[in-house]
Design a protein around this ligand. Structure first.
Ligand SMILES: [Zn+2]
Length: 362
């Protein structure tokens, strides 16, 4: 069978490798669909994302190695001893890594707070292969109502939802979503189903904002024409919004907004408003403490999706209350198309893409 092996930054090769087998507690998945996230592509290219040093160390110690690929639709083709949550033939997606089981949080029964998680596609092989092994506790089966294409986008969706659970959206809130890439479009939809009265979508491209409206945004702001802080102040009659979900920030080298949109988010929040950063800001990014202190703002960081949230995400997609397919604009056929997918996902504006390019293997 074929798998992409990483030899170093910007050096991935498709090779013939032995078929994997399922150890106890693991399964083997046949890959039906896969996509690479923008963060993985930044890692592949050696850009200074937070995980860069860790990736550099792994490549130095273990290359050539199967690296990257945690967004997929897999079909379970072999089940190891003791696995009960999935069975042969199930279509599955990855939701979160394996908590270490030994740190003070895991010992206290709070595995969601563990920060020593074993991550699939880094600590274990990823899905850039025809078949790959994966710990069964990191995957969930999907019902027939969810397509392969949607299944492939379930991991970023549950990741977004875990963090939004930490932020908390209350009935009647005004929620501003900065950026309408796939993360932003998921945030827009979740804010709408979670009870926000106003969902304000902010982006640079009109066609994307039209999609935001279809998916639940009550207001849209095109930042190439309108100052988003002024517009939000107008919408909230000078009070400021309750919640900012910041999905535009990140490395300017990859076309993201740096910290600019996060700083705008701080400016548009009401007193004691909540903000969370969904992008990956470059290492060493600094944000001003002034507005956080003066307005008593809450800055909420990452949180693993709980089992409750994972099941909720499956229900939302199966019932079409949250839509993944409109974010998938580019679908390629065949495992050899992975480099092309990297090219498209790494430069979405050039290719007119919204979500990552998907590669279909079956
Ligand atoms: Zn732990």
């Amino acid at each position: 069978m074929k798998a992409w092996l990483s030899y170093g930054f910007n050096d991935m090769r498709l090779e013939e490798v032995p078929m994997p087998h399922a150890e106890p507690g693991w399964v083997v998945c046949k890959v039906r669909n896969l996509e690479l996230s923008v963060t993985e592509i930044a890692e592949f290219r050696g850009l200074p994302v937070p995980s860069h040093e860790n990736i550099k160390r792994m490549l130095a110690e273990r290359a050539p190695m199967p690296l990257w690929g945690h967004e997929f639709c897999g079909e379970v083709v072999e089940v190891g001893a003791g696995v009960t949550n999935v069975k042969l033939g199930d279509r599955v997606f990855y939701h979160r890594g394996v908590p270490c089981g030994t740190c003070k949080y895991c010992s206290a029964g709070l595995p969601d707070l563990c920060r020593s998680v074993i991550n699939v596609s880094e600590d274990t092989p990823g899905c850039l292969a025809e078949y790959f092994p994966i710990p069964a506790s990191t995957i969930a089966a999907i019902p027939a109502e969810i397509s392969d294409i949607e299944a492939c986008g379930m991991q970023p969706l549950v990741s977004v939802m875990g963090r939004i659970e930490g932020v908390g959206i209350e009935m009647g809130d005004t929620v501003v979503v900065m950026g309408q890439g796939p993360m932003g479009l998921f945030c827009t939809q979740i804010a709408a189903v979670a009870g926000a009265a106003k969902v304000v979508a902010v982006a640079r491209r009109d066609p994307v904002l039209e999609l935001s409206k279809k998916l639940g945004a009550t207001h849209t702001i095109n930042v190439t024409r309108t100052d988003p802080v002024e517009a939000v102040m107008e919408i909230t009659k000078g009070l400021g919004c309750d919640v900012v979900l910041e999905c535009a920030g990140g490395s300017k080298e990859q076309g993201h907004a740096g910290i600019d949109t996060f700083v705008q988010g701080l400016a548009m929040l009401r007193n004691e408003g909540r903000i969370s950063e969904f992008g990956h800001l470059p290492v060493g990014s600094t944000v001003p403490i002034g507005p956080i202190d003066k307005k008593g703002l809450h800055v909420i960081g990452t949180r693993s999706p709980s089992p409750r949230i994972i099941n909720y995400a499956i229900d939302l997609v199966a019932s079409k209350r949250v839509q993944i397919e409109p974010t998938v604009t580019h679908v390629l056929k065949g495992i050899e198309k992975v480099p092309e997918a990297i090219e498209i996902t790494g430069n979405k504006a050039k290719f007119g893409a919204i979500g990552p390019a998907q590669v279909v293997l079956v």
